[in-house]
Ligand binder design. Sequence first.
Ligand code: ZN
Length: 231
Amino acid sequence: MSVRCNLCGCEEFRDMGNRKNCICTKCGSYERTRVMKLFLDAHSHLEGASIFHLAPERGLFAHLSKIAGEYVTGDIDLERYSHIPAIQRVDLCDPETFRNLGRFDLIIHSHVIEHVPCNYTAVLINLHRLLKPGGIHMFAMPIYGSAFEEDLREMSEAEKERRFGQYDHCRKFSPVDLDRTLGAIFPIPHEYNLLDHFSESTLDEANIPSIARQGYTGHSVFRIPDVALRL
Ligand SMILES: [Zn+2]
């Protein structure tokens, strides 16, 4: 069996801290990026779809720009994404932003929500309301430790790193109280298990390690249909 990135086909991966062989050396995909690709492949009706992609990753950008009918990309920091043509400046904390974005069959973002310095529930709901009927909201975010934590106050980069794991994060989610945070907005499964959706060999081939397969973690990929909004 050959192990290869399911976004670009590369067979070489590099470490990230104590995560061994997790980043594709060609397109930069992470474990969660490749899980997103597995789920995208399972949603065959996305061919020709209208897609909104926040903080577009290189490998996913290449794939989504190929399959999309309409493809809108956005981020708050356009300099960081100068390689992405026509990317829009999107400030998720500004409700006006959502008025001009259109409607989408797929909204996708990975490790964006922990950066957003305003009410994350409002952000997720505002995004979710951009879905067309039958649309899917797919995302991932950091989930670790014993409790959800958030602080919107000004603080040093060192303090953010210490409390939230990175210099520009302002919250972290936890598997312990996920039913009371994300689960209060969307009906999320009690258990997360990729083996309910994919065979072991499929996960092996896409280089999805066991830590990313079961239990809620930062590798977990949520797929919320348009109708599934609890508020
Ligand atoms: Zn790759």
